[in-house]
Write a protein that binds this ligand. Structure first.
Ligand SMILES: Cc1ncc(C[n+]2csc(CCOP(=O)(O)OP(=O)(O)O)c2C)c(N)n1
Length: 357
């Protein structure tokens, strides 16, 4: 007789543990070539990402804007390290949990907040909203809401770079929910076959909506690369230094060899999938555990312990950022909605070829 269905097939009501983090690097900032004076700026940016989103959530709850709002809170070390390691003209493309990455890349909080509010001053002219932040001048290519759909675009950016011989690489982020999409497998095949300079990064934050990763994906995610002979590895996404350590080596290698790499970043999102998600699928203990690895607190403690900053200086940075975010809200509130005549504008790329400059 056939065996009765068990976990993974029949709903059990069991709460699954999500990600287990790999050990953080032993290297300090000097080992990683990070200058003393850079650290407060990195901290500032990570804090900006956090504060921006906390306020965005508040504005959403006040009904200042609608649609979806997916917060990146907890994952800020991933965006900050990416921007730290990559060159400014390397291409970044991401999924829909995207505010942190845009702010890390340098899109202004004003343009980001205005985008949430659907205002014409937003980074996508108010037409994208939360999931579709874009900043082409900063080589930031969004902001894509259909799970897995932008993975081929990431390879496309890399292909354009290789074709033009400009030395740039592309980095393409997606969530663990995207690893089982056909688009990933088709893209991996061509990226490896055509030797495209792209880093694929799965931000494994433990859950795809409310489904724990071990319930939706078989095996270790990064090993999916092995089927295509693609180099792959794992990094601790809750620790800025670990991410810098790993990404520096990968970026160097991808740039030199023109070969793709698949990195699994183990991280955690503190908030629900979106604003309407109460997160009943995980335990309070798990949340507390991951909060103890908080990437921003970790960097703050490191700087204090190494006497790279004082408590007063930290407070000044935090006050400054808090004000910057409040100013962004004012800016967004006082901006106009796009005119109706804009409806058919900017919905397709420019006419001149090649599109990717
Ligand atoms: C093709 C497709 N199927 C379903 C959805 C609905 N959906 C939106 S987000 C999501 C889960 C994605 O989870 P993950 O990729 O792990 O990203 P995370 O939210 O954890 O950052 C799903 C199923 C979608 N947007 N696109």
């Amino acid at each position: 007789m056939a065996k009765k269905a068990e976990d993974g097939f029949t709903p059990t009501g069991k709460v699954y543990k999500s990600t287990t983090l790999p050990k953080p690097t032993n290297k300090n900032h000097k080992d990683l070539g990070i200058k003393d004076e850079q650290l407060p700026l990195i901290f500032r940016n990570m804090y900006l990402q956090r504060r921006f989103e906390e306020r965005a959530a508040q504005m959403y709850q006040k009904g200042k804007f609608g649609g979806f709002l997916h917060l990146y809170i907890g994952q800020e070390a991933v965006s900050a390290s990416t921007v730290h390691v990559l060159n400014d003209d390397d291409d970044i493309i991401s999924a829909y949990r995207v505010h942190g990455m845009a702010l890390a890349r340098g899109t202004s909080p004003n343009a980001c907040m205005a985008e949430l509010f659907g205002k014409v001053t937003g980074c996508s002219k108010g037409k994208g909203g939360s999931m579709h932040f874009f900043d082409v001048e900063k080589h930031f290519w969004g902001g894509h809401a259909i799970v897995g759909a932008h993975i081929p675009l990431g390879a496309g950016l890399a292909m354009a770079n290789k074709y033009q011989g400009n030395g740039r690489i592309a980095i393409c982020f997606f969530g663990d929910g995207a690893v089982d999409q056909g688009s990933l497998n088709e893209t991996f095949n061509l990226a490896q076959l055509w030797k495209l300079p792209v880093i694929f990064v799965v931000e494994n934050n433990g859950y795809s909506m409310g489904t724990a990763v071990e319930r939706h994906s078989a095996g270790q995610l990064h090993k999916r690369g092995e089927a295509y002979d693609m180099k792959n590895g794992v990094a601790n996404g809750m620790d800025f230094f670990s991410m810098v350590d790993t990404l520096t080596d990968i970026a160097k290698e991808v740039r030199e060899t023109n070969e793709p790499y698949f990195l699994e970043v183990k991280t955690y999102r503190y908030r629900g999938h979106s604003m309407s998600d109460p997160g009943n699928y995980r335990t309070k203990e798990e949340l507390v555990e991951f909060r103890s690895f908080d990437p921003i607190e970790r960097l703050k403690t490191y700087m204090l312990e190494h006497k790279l900053i004082t408590k007063d200086e930290i407070k000044n940075i935090e006050d400054e950022v808090n004000q910057e975010v409040l100013d962004a809200i004012d800016f967004a509130e006082n901006s106009d909605f796009p005119p109706a005549s804009d409806l058919y504008e900017h919905v397709y790329v420019q006419e001149d070829f090649p599109f990717h400059t």
